[in-house]
Design a protein around this ligand. Structure first.
Ligand code: URA
Length: 218
């Protein structure tokens, strides 16, 4: 990780209230049952009240997928269907995500999927800065446990939240970034692709760029 990226990451952690970092002794992480650990954390946070989104929560949408995957897909936040069911990307955007994955020979079982915020923002509005920062420690912890080697960030809100800037989606799509030292690709959110099919072509190019790196890391 470059010095700039490290400072940016530490600042983000500081803003979200994280005051201490620890490093697992070598080998200890491998010994942990990641699946059981993630399950117990999802349960532990299911009554989180750190931000106003708790008020509309039917289910905390912690994340789902292959905890041993090298790839993590990160969206913005649960919608109505996800809030009801407790799993990420189960609505129309999720169906499109499945098709996008299939186009690059990936299934849901190959990857881990989660969101910036784990509870549904009312009327699907963008999560506020306060809400994003309150939830960030959960994502950081998921990344520390799963240890993906590549990230695919879906949409501007997720990109700006993780990469700590206010740049446009076009800017974010131009290069591969880093979050917690992990290469991070940015593309359109599947819900945006459902609204504007002109973005499908550039989204396909983003997916192919991701696929190239993903397959190198397998
Ligand atoms: N949109 C998201 O960003 N995440 C979901 O889980 C569903 C829709």
């Amino acid at each position: 990780m470059s010095r700039r990226a490290l400072l940016q990451y530490l600042e983000l952690l500081k803003q979200s209230g994280i005051r201490q970092l620890y490093h697992e002794p070598a080998g200890a992480q491998a010994a942990l049952d990641k699946k059981a650990l993630l399950k117990s954390l999802a349960l532990k946070y299911s009554d989180c009240d750190k931000c106003p989104l708790a008020a509309g929560r039917l289910n905390l949408v912690y994340g789902e997928g292959n905890e041993n995957s090298i790839a993590m897909f990160i969206g913005e936040g649960p919608g109505d269907n996800e809030n009801k069911i407790g799993k990420p990307f189960v609505g129309a955007a999720g169906q499109l995500l499945d098709k996008m994955l299939a186009a690059i020979n990936i299934t849901r079982q190959d990857i881990y999927i989660t969101n910036i915020v784990k509870c549904r923002p009312p009327e699907n509005r963008n999560p506020s800065t306060e809400e994003r920062l309150a939830c960030l420690p959960y994502l950081v912890e998921q990344i520390q446990i799963i240890q993906p080697k590549i990230l695919f960030i879906m949409g501007l809100v997720a990109a700006q939240s993780l990469l700590g800037n206010t740049n446009t989606l076009t800017w974010h799509r131009q290069s591969c970034h880093e979050f917690m030292g992990i290469p991070a690709f940015v593309s359109y959110h599947p819900a945006a692709l459902l609204r504007n099919s002109n973005w499908k072509r550039p989204a396909w190019e983003d997916l192919q760029a991701f696929q190239k790196e993903y397959e190198k890391l397998l």
